[in-house]
Design a protein around this ligand. Structure first.
Ligand SMILES: *[C@@H]1O[C@H](CO)[C@@H](O)[C@H](O)[C@H]1NC(C)=O
Ligand SMILES: *[C@@H]1O[C@H](CO)[C@@H](O)[C@H](O)[C@H]1NC(C)=O
Length: 381
């Protein structure tokens, strides 16, 4: 015990505790057809919150979490340069350094292109030079020679697809990047980049987007349809309704919200139907896994117990009726975007959300989850 200290002891106890939990069954998945089809796990681990482990052991704690992920057959690791302001990848590198061979057991997704928020104007940069430089920084921070999947983090309005693909090609031939994807792209921009890639004998491997029972917009605005058509499996961030900036979960932290309350009640009802130990978070994950586009939920927890627990959602079988019941609870009438939050006030959440996450400097125009179940209409802004 002396060697690992208190964090190690706690991690060991957690490990012992989870050994007796119900097993999950996380399967392998080929993300895309053909040579761009990287194989990985059907559930991924999101690194947005890794820096929180600094308070409880840092790299050692992260190493332990990564080992729990592997035990559960989770090998996809989702990272970005701006996570924890340029410190997250460094922490991952330190965790890898603690155990030889650990890095090679993971497939690393790495996003770049949202310029760090210390500049007065936060903008997107998908220029070849910016992206190539970011890759070199990432390789140094992670202590590795390659990234598995590189992605522009958001759709840059100044995207020069030909230039970016030239850089992709170079990074691939140098062995620094194996596959390429996009994040938060609307269908038109995905098509634009995919077309430019195909001219260079490249093809997209995956597309990362927000998707959850709280924010199911990708199901209705054409993004999942396009990916299903291309045979490309999406990676879903915020699979439990997490918010990258607010630091709270917009579903589970607001049980008194009118819409959230409805969704949570539906999740609970289905959980009860599924079995005595099934929980609402597992059902929310199972809801994503039930979709035929082969959504890969990126679990954002840094808690080993929760990671294992939520990954066990792979064992759940959800009927069409159950899936639809949850979808129905999530739907709101066409133009409504007000939600009553815990403070009892009504908030224009769509508007807040747009401002917080996709404020105009980022140039992203992704509607939030305000679709009518039968006819999706984009929110009025
Ligand atoms: C890991 O994969 C193996 C082989 O497919 C499977 O038998 C096992 O149940 C999986 N474990 C978990 C926790 O998903
Ligand atoms: C991020 O950290 C690396 C060192 O690991 C440094 O070279 C780079 O300039 C940093 N980026 C920003 C935007 O601070």
């Amino acid at each position: 015990m002396k060697v690992y200290g208190r964090g190690g002891l706690i991690a060991l106890l957690v490990l012992l505790a989870v050994v007796f939990e119900a097993q999950g069954d996380v399967k392998r998945i080929k993300l895309a057809p053909g040579p761009s089809g990287m194989e990985t796990s059907q559930i991924g681990l999101g690194g947005l919150h890794f820096a929180e482990l600094q308070a409880s052991g840092g790299a050692t704690a992260l190493r332990d979490l990564l080992l729990v992920a592997l035990q559960n057959n989770i090998t996809l690791l989702d990272l970005a340069d701006i996570y924890a302001y340029n410190t997250s990848a460094e922490l991952v590198g330190q965790a890898f350094a603690l155990q030889p061979g650990l890095r090679e057991r993971f497939q690393i997704v790495y996003k770049t292109g949202i310029v760090f928020p210390d500049a007065p104007v936060q903008y997107l940069d998908s220029s070849g030079q910016y992206v190539a430089n970011a890759v070199d920084i990432a390789l140094a921070q992670l202590g590795t020679t390659y990234i598995d999947v590189l992605m522009p983090h958001a759709p840059d309005p100044l995207l020069d697809a030909t230039e970016l693909v030239t850089t992709f090609k170079k990074l691939k031939s140098e062995g620094k990047v194996r596959y390429f994807g996009v994040a938060n792209y609307p269908p038109s921009k995905l098509s634009l980049l995919q077309a430019a890639m195909e001219k260079q004998q490249l093809s997209l491997t995956t597309s990362e987007l927000e998707c959850s029972v709280l924010t199911p917009t990708a199901l209705f605005d054409g993004r999942l349809d396009q990916l299903q058509e291309l045979g490309i499996a999406p990676l879903a961030w915020g699979p439990l309704g997490g918010d990258p900036l607010a630091g709270v979960n917009r579903l589970f932290n607001f049980p008194n919200g009118a819409r959230q309350g409805r969704i949570l009640a539906a999740l609970q009802e289905v959980a009860t139907e599924m079995g005595p130990d099934v929980t609402t978070d597992q059902v929310a994950v199972a809801w994503l896994l039930r979709h035929p586009s082969r959504i890969v939920p990126l679990l954002g927890t840094v808690n080993a117990y929760r990671l294992r627990w939520q990954a066990a959602a792979t064992m759940l079988h959800m009927t069409r009726a159950q899936w639809t019941q949850i979808m129905g609870a999530s739907a709101v009438s066409q133009y409504r975007r007000w939600e009553q939050l815990n403070d009892g006030e009504w908030h224009d959440v769509a508007n807040d959300y747009q401002k917080n996450t996709y404020g105009s400097p980022l140039g992203v125009d992704v509607p939030v989850g305000f679709c009518d179940f039968t006819s999706c209409t984009l929110p009025v802004r």
